[in-house]
Design a protein around this ligand. Structure first.
Ligand code: ADP
Ligand code: MG
Length: 712
């Protein structure tokens, strides 16, 4: 039987044994039981040690190395009680995935026995060989040593994979000479910078807070699920995460019947297992639902401190993948696994708080509102001045298929504020001049804002950067991406805006503060309001309008990455100590190389599948047609015009396929420009997708869109 047909038969035979929904589940005792968070620490550490560690975690007090031995010992006891035999420093290299190298707790003793050991030094510092991680030329192979350093602000946790428990310790990763080789270190630096500038800004408003300014993130994660039996027959999904071929099915998302639809038993059973596993390691998974495209879903946790939320998102992706495997499914995190239907993003909900005060929450009195409006204007200024950097943070081979396709925000960065907030911004722009039509005039620091609608009413899904009630939602980030890059950039550019605004505010005389602030914000709005766009970002009109406004539209990764190496941009990151110029250049090299390699892999695989899977099926179909045509003549039915017509069509498609493959092959062998290869891949795909509509269904080897998207 055709392997595709037997895979379908196998799926039809799946008889899942679902769990028992009547069994009680004790969230209270299960939540965080595999996380060495504050709650666990309190149980396992002596009071003084616990207090010192808590101060480091909560207040950012530098860590006293003397406590490390005690913490390590407690962590080992706890982890071994939970079944762990090994520990690993868990870090985030530039590959975009997480990395781990396990060491056992075991230490052989001279008498032939063994003891367990895990010292403070083991906890604080690791020395993995760094030679095979991308570094963009920062680390030469003769200086291959890399260091991992404990990040106590992200709790260690037990990772359970394949029934094996491993203690994972979140760490930073740098080279022997101190250059950053990971995503966490610059992230922590950018958080520090923004936090300091936020407190300085508040000081201008007379607010002196003991507490740290905290950057918060809630990352919504979209993903697809396909049955593993079908996945195994798609080398393209297996190797590139997306389908390189596949004609659009008759029914996909036109009826909009999947979004928020009732969740099928096999899927909810998977989602439930995901939630339980995440809760156990202390990840506050909150929402789960069907997304717009068939077979597309979303999970979102409650927002947390940025650094933690990013580690947690990395774990969410891992838990999604391996839980899917347990359920005979495969989780696709690629930005565009299926052409022609929605792709997957990672909505990056971002805000800053100091104590209980969320700086992006419009307040209840004029003073609070003045702070809110200042922060709002700072973000507007930052995003307009550095939209190129924000765009570059979302650039990848996968996201290129999504951004600017008709169901995702375009590659143009703009801000959605909603009608009411835009009106307020317009009033700020009009200032105290009496030019506003309805004479509405907002005086900052005097008037209270009208009640702004909660996020539910202000819905614009087409904007890449939307204000949603008490936070900004950066939607251009791709589903497979680490949130680190977008947030490193967002933090740094907003810190710069805070810095510049504070410098001006600090110079104002006390009695001229309100007027001075009004002028500063008015200037910002005048200069940067071009970035505000509340309309439909998916429409072509917007692309033209944006060009008129002078906004950038960086469509493809190679051009979208360039801002990384612009002199002015490097200067900003150097000024705030987030990256030095070598680190920026190396990141550019790493991301560009990754893009080029991915396209080269896709192009070679396109050829391989076209030549060894599609071509033989088409030839078999042609030979069946030929046999039928000959048979018709020898049986004296006469020459059959339909068979002749079909035969000629399929024969010409086979020739076309061959010539399109030859074009692509030439580009692949020369390792030509990526965009040329993408064009040629599309040429091959077009013929293959046409053949899919002609070749006998029984002979077609690749699972079809209608099967992958609907059979699970
Ligand atoms: P929607 O899909 O309607 O945009 P969700 O509830 O799915 O909303 O996701 C919103 C995300 O924003 C959640 O992760 C939520 O915890 C997060 N969020 C809410 N408030 C803040 C905040 N102050 N800072 C960062 N994230 C926040
Ligand atoms: Mg959202």
């Amino acid at each position: 039987m055709n392997p595709r047909k037997s895979a379908l038969a196998k799926i039809a035979d799946i008889n899942p044994a679902y769990g028992d929904s009547k069994k009680p589940y004790d969230i209270d005792s299960e939540y965080g039981s595999d996380s060495f968070g504050l709650k666990t620490m309190e149980d396992y550490l002596s009071k003084p040690i616990y207090k010192r560690l808590r101060d480091t975690i909560k207040q950012g007090v530098p860590l006293d190395p003397a406590v490390a031995d005690d913490v390590a010992h407690a962590m080992k006891i706890w982890a071994m009680n939970r079944g762990a035999t090994h520990y690993t420093h868990w870090f985030l290299p530039l590959t975009g995935a997480s990395a781990e190298k396990h060491d056992s707790f075991l230490d052989p003793s001279p008498d032939g026995g063994a003891i367990t050991r895990f010292s403070g030094k083991n906890l604080i510092l690791g020395e993995p060989d760094a030679s095979s991680f991308p570094s963009g030329g920062l680390r030469s192979t003769f200086e291959a040593r890399g260091y991992t350093a404990w990040d106590p602000t992200s709790p260690a946790f037990i990772n359970r994979s394949g029934g094996v428990a491993t203690l994972c310790i979140p760490t930073m990763f740098c080279s022997y000479t101190g250059e950053v080789l990971d995503k966490k270190t610059p992230l922590l630096r950018s958080i520090q910078v923004l936090s300091n500038q936020a407190k300085r800004l508040l000081r201008c408003f007379g607010i002196e807070s003991e507490e740290r300014a905290v950057v918060t993130l809630g990352a919504e994660q979209e993903y697809f699920l396909v049955d593993k039996n079908l996945y195994m027959l798609r080398p393209d999904l297996m190797q590139t995460g997306r389908t390189l071929f596949g004609a659009p099915p008759e029914k996909h998302q036109q009826l909009e019947d999947h979004y928020f639809g009732s969740i099928k038993p096999r899927i909810i059973s998977f989602m439930h297992d995901v939630d339980l596993e995440l809760w156990r390691i202390g990840i506050p998974a909150k929402t789960r639902h069907n997304e717009v495209a068939p077979a597309q879903f979303e999970i979102a946790p409650v927002f947390e401190e940025l650094n933690l939320a990013i580690d947690h998102n990395m774990m969410i992706m891992e838990v999604l993948r391996r839980t899917a495997d347990r359920h005979g499914l495969v989780c696709l995190l690629h930005e565009k696994p299926f052409a022609g239907i929605n792709g997957s993003g990672k909505h990056n909900n971002w805000s800053i708080s100091v104590g209980e005060r969320n700086l992006l929450n419009p307040g209840n009195n004029p003073h609070e509102n003045a702070i809110f409006l200042t922060v709002l204007c700072a973000v507007i200024k930052a995003v307009d001045e550095h939209s190129d950097l924000l765009r570059s943070a979302t650039a990848s081979a996968g996201n290129d298929h999504r951004l600017g396709a008709n169901e995702a925000p375009p590659a143009i960065i703009s801000i959605f504020l909603g009608e009411q907030l835009t009106d307020i911004i317009n009033q700020i722009e009009a200032g105290e001049a009496k030019s506003s039509k309805d004479c509405k005039m907002l005086k900052i620091g005097v008037d209270t804002l009208p009640n702004l609608p909660a996020d539910a009413t202000d819905r614009n899904r087409t904007s890449p950067f939307a204000f949603t009630g008490n936070k900004f939602e950066f939607r251009a980030a791709g589903s497979s991406q680490s949130c680190a890059s977008p947030n490193i950039i967002l933090n740094t550019i907003v810190a710069q805006a805070f810095d510049e605004i504070s410098t001006k505010l600090e110079k104002l005389p006390k009695d001229g503060f309100r007027k001075g602030l009004q002028n500063i914000l008015q200037d910002i709005v005048k200069k940067h309001k071009r970035i505000i766009f509340n309309g439909d970002g998916y429409k072509d009109d917007w692309t033209k309008e944006a060009a008129r406004r002078g906004l950038l539209n960086l469509r493809h990764t190679p051009e979208a990455l360039k801002p990384f190496i612009k002199k002015e941009n490097i200067a900003i990151f150097e000024r705030y100590g987030v990256f030095n110029s070598e680190e920026m250049k190396s990141r550019y090299e790493v991301f560009l190389e990754e893009y080029i390699k991915k396209i080269q892999i896709e192009a070679s695989l396109t050829l391989h599948i076209a030549k060894t899977i599609i071509m033989p099926a088409a030839i078999k179909h042609l030979s069946n047609l030929a046999a039928a045509a000959n048979g018709s003549v020898s049986a004296k039915f006469g020459a059959n015009s339909t068979l002749v017509k079909k035969g000629k069509l399929v024969s010409s498609l086979i020739e076309k396929l061959d010539s399109e493959c030859a074009k692509l092959e030439d580009l692949v062998s020369k390792n030509a420009d990526s965009l040329e290869k993408i064009d040629a891949m599309n040429g091959v795909r077009k013929v293959v997708d046409t053949l899919e509509g002609e070749v006998d269904d029984v002979l077609w080897p690749l699972p079809k869109y209608s099967e992958m998207l609907f059979i699970y």
